[in-house]
Design a protein around this ligand. Structure first.
Ligand code: NAD
Length: 298
């Protein structure tokens, strides 16, 4: 029977460290780490996600500010706000809750965010950095998966990894991050023919398709590590992943549950990125102060 990887427990432990780091930042610069969240329109799911993020910020000592706009907001108004947030020294992270209404130029909005404050990791620079290995912020969900694997001491180097799902926010960055850590990676998606012939080869199988029950035991190698990113609401209201949890548990060596696996880690990595951003801003500020002090000496 597979060991169940407890994402909730790891997230809780990491948030303890984050609380201490946020306190240290507040002590050094007299301002807590700051996250600005931009929420456009009245999508119910987006409102829930934003509420959860704000609550998580409060719990670790990050000051969050939510900017709400009606769905009729103009591109120019959003760009104007982002420019002000970029210049605000007490804002360390800027997050635009997706999806945005169709009339908004998503690319323009994401690229307007300062690379140094792009805590979601969606700016083209950070996306490109995943390819070249010098990204500033890794996107939160795949970053959370990497942390889960590391916390379980699961080797990535030299392993066969199959990622099911090729979206810009989960599947593609996941594949790049695991390849950067030495894995041999195959990416599958909705047009992949005979998915099982790929998944059966995986030492580590990461599933992010949004299809309940997609992965059944026959598709999984005995002893594989199975990470279920999927979040699906069933007609009876229950939340489930993309993997047949009970069936696959009998074959895998380790498996993440839904809920309680990857989900809690995603928000935690947003907190991590925001605090890391504040720490970088602080050390940049201290370097500038040191340089100007030594200029005065000589
Ligand atoms: P998406 O819809 O943007 O992408 C889904 C991907 O899966 C696509 O590449 C598609 O080609 C592929 N796919 C769809 N059906 C498939 C099939 N039958 N076989 C193989 N591939 C298939 O979704 P997304 O934003 O990447 O999210 C994927 C899932 O992960 C969703 O359930 C979403 O709710 C969940 N999610 C969870 C978290 C978290 O924190 N746990 C974060 C983001 C997304």
């Amino acid at each position: 029977m597979a060991k169940v990887i407890d994402g909730q427990k790891l997230a809780q432990a990491l948030r303890g460290d984050l609380l201490a780091r946020a306190g240290a930042i507040d002590g050094r610069r007299g301002a807590a780490p700051g996250l600005a969240v931009i929420l456009v329109g009245d999508d119910a799911a987006s409102a829930v996600y934003v509420r959860n993020k704000i609550r998580a910020c409060d719990a670790v000592g990050i000051r969050s500010v939510c900017h709400r706009f009606p769905s009729s907001v103009s591109n120019a108004d959003l760009l104007d706000l982002i420019a002000r947030l970029n210049a605000d020294s007490e804002i360390d992270g800027i997050l635009v809750q997706l999806p945005l209404p169709a009339h908004i130029a998503l690319d323009q909005v994401l690229e307007a965010i300062s690379v140094a404050k792009d805590v979601d990791g969606f700016h083209l620079y950070n996306v490109g950095g995943l390819v070249t290995g010098n990204t500033v912020f890794s996107p939160c969900t795949p970053y959370g998966v990497v942390k889960l694997l590391e916390s379980e001491d699961i080797a990535i180097d030299g392993q066969n990894v199959v990622v099911v799902g090729a979206s810009n926010i989960v599947g593609k960055p996941m594949a790049l991050m695991l390849m950067a850590r030495g894995a041999t990676v195959a990416i599958c998606h909705a047009k992949t023919r005979d998915l099982a012939q790929f998944t059966i080869l995986a030492d580590i199988l990461v599933v992010a398709a949004g299809v309940p029950g997609l992965i059944i035991p026959q598709m999984v190698k005995t002893g594989a590590v199975v990470i279920d990113v999927g979040i699906n609401r069933l007609p009876d209201g229950r939340i489930t992943g993309d993997v047949d949890f009970n069936g696959v548990s009998a074959k895998a060596s380790r498996i993440t549950p839904v809920p309680g696996g990857v989900g809690p880690m995603t928000v935690t990595m947003l907190l991590e990125n925001t605090i890391a951003s504040a720490e970088r801003a602080l050390s940049r500020g201290e370097r500038v102060a040191e340089n100007s002090a030594s200029e005065r000496l000589f």
